[in-house]
Ligand binder design. Structure first.
Ligand SMILES: NC(=O)c1ccc[n+]([C@@H]2O[C@H](COP(=O)([O-])OP(=O)(O)OC[C@H]3O[C@@H](n4cnc5c(N)ncnc54)[C@H](O)[C@@H]3O)[C@@H](O)[C@H]2O)c1
Length: 402
């Protein structure tokens, strides 16, 4: 039996993560790369009923002009990642994916993200939330019909929005929906409008960013009512991944962490957006909470993120962990992580699409907590210890062996 064709819809389709994930997918489809970095290709998942890479077709929403090919060239020339020949070999498929990218929404994204947008986005600036959702849904339906895909998985990999601490929302979808329809709800961020558009159509939604997305209780209720699923929040790719591996070690050795400082520097477009203190606050919030949760007490923590243009997509994270050992002896662990941001994130995005597609096909509804190991702030899961999170994924996968 042939596998179903599946659509992958990226929000932020020309960004570093989406462009790299698209290139990676094409390279996998053409047999031009191996599976290093892909969790779903591990032996633990070999007998799981995951769809093959060949099944996927990419489209998406964006607010910037340009092309996938240009985004990839920039990564190649500025950050010296992947082979130019690989991009060349995928040019016609990249152009086809580009032709399936539509204008998104800038609703409540703040001035820094607004400054990235192409002039064409201006024509959507007077839309109500209900009109925006309607338009986004037309794009999603159009993509599904034009590409003849059975299902679409929507992935938010757009720039991090500022969070609005004053946002007060009803917990019930009926009230929420009524306010969307009468136009009195005006303050939802774009990520939540994308989540509503997808979930309302029964399409699963993955939030790889720290933005609000499907977090509000009413939107989670919408997912359940429509019988679909979602996962988030904020991909765990580098420094936070290390924290979720190392903090359990300190806990298991009964070493008392006194302070944990993480200083991150990088220079890509994501870094530029996070240079705005309002956008940065959303990111720091998702990065700064897991140490306390794993240790069970509250050492002093500090997370800083600075934009250093010359580093491009290469992120350096320096962690300084001050801890107390036997007989009160203070000790220090310092480590430096140098990873290429988009290359760390892209395979995880592809894995998530595969796992979420399986969950949707098996009619799983609501938050997919078994995917917690992929996220800094896993929705529906209080567990932050990486190895325990990964065991949950393996256990779930065993239930779906062929
Ligand atoms: N290692 C990683 O790279 C990593 C890890 C975890 C989370 N994330 C998150 O993933 C997201 C993407 O990261 P990136 O490095 O690709 O960033 P990026 O800046 O390269 O790409 C983001 C893209 O989203 C587009 N965009 C912004 N607002 C939009 C909107 N409202 N609708 C549609 N498109 C919009 C931008 O134009 C840009 O092309 C960020 O939120 C980042 O914090 C990245």
């Amino acid at each position: 039996m042939s596998s179903p064709r599946i659509g992958v819809w990226f929000i932020g389709a020309r960004g570093g993560v989406a462009a790299t994930a698209t290139l990676g997918l094409l390279a996998l489809q053409k047999g031009l790369t191996d599976s290093v970095g892909l969790v779903s290709s591990l032996p633990q998942f070999a007998s799981v009923d995951l769809v093959p890479w060949q099944s996927f077709v990419v489209g998406g929403h964006e607010i910037r002009s340009g092309s996938l090919s240009e985004s990839l060239s920039r990564l190649h020339t500025e950050s010296h990642v992947f082979d130019a020949a690989l991009v060349d070999a995928c040019q016609s498929e990249l152009a086809a994916a580009d032709s399936r990218i539509r204008g998104g929404t800038l609703a409540n994204c703040g001035p820094t993200i607004g400054s990235l947008a192409c002039p064409n986005m201006q024509k959507f600036s007077h839309e109500s939330h209900a009109e925006t959702i309607d338009r986004l849904q037309n794009d999603l339906r159009g993509f599904q019909t034009a590409t003849d895909v059975e299902r679409v998985v929507v992935v938010n990999v757009a720039s991090t929005e500022p969070s609005d601490e004053n946002l007060r929302l009803s917990d019930r979808w009926n009230d929420f929906d009524a306010r969307l329809k009468d136009g009195s709800l005006k303050s939802l961020p774009a990520s939540s409008l994308y989540a509503i558009a997808a979930l309302d159509l029964g399409m699963p939604f993955i939030n790889f960013t720290p933005s609000l997305g499907a977090n509000p209780a009413a939107i989670q209720e919408l997912a359940e009512t429509r019988g679909t699923c979602h996962a988030g929040q904020d991909g765990k790719t580098g420094e936070t991944l290390l924290k979720s591996v190392l903090a359990p070690m300190f806990a298991a050795r009964n070493l008392q962490v006194l302070s944990w400082v993480g200083h991150n520097i990088f220079g890509n477009l994501d870094g530029l957006v996070l240079d705005d203190p309002a956008n940065k606050a959303s990111k720091v919030k998702t990065k700064d909470q897991l140490v306390k949760s794993i240790l069970g007490y509250d050492p002093q923590t500090l997370v800083s993120i600075e934009y250093i243009r010359s580093l491009g997509d290469w992120k350096t994270a320096w962690d300084h962990i001050h801890f107390k050992g036997f007989l009160g002896t203070p000790m220090t662990l310092q480590l430096t992580w140098q990873g290429c941001d988009s290359l760390l994130a892209a395979p995880l995005v592809l894995d998530l699409v595969r796992f979420v597609e399986l969950a949707r096909r098996k009619n799983e509804v609501g938050v997919l907590s078994q995917l917690g190991s992929f996220f800094k702030r896993p929705l529906g899961l209080a567990e932050h210890d990486f190895s325990r999170q990964f065991s949950l994924l393996c256990h779930w996968a065993e239930q779906h062996s062929k």
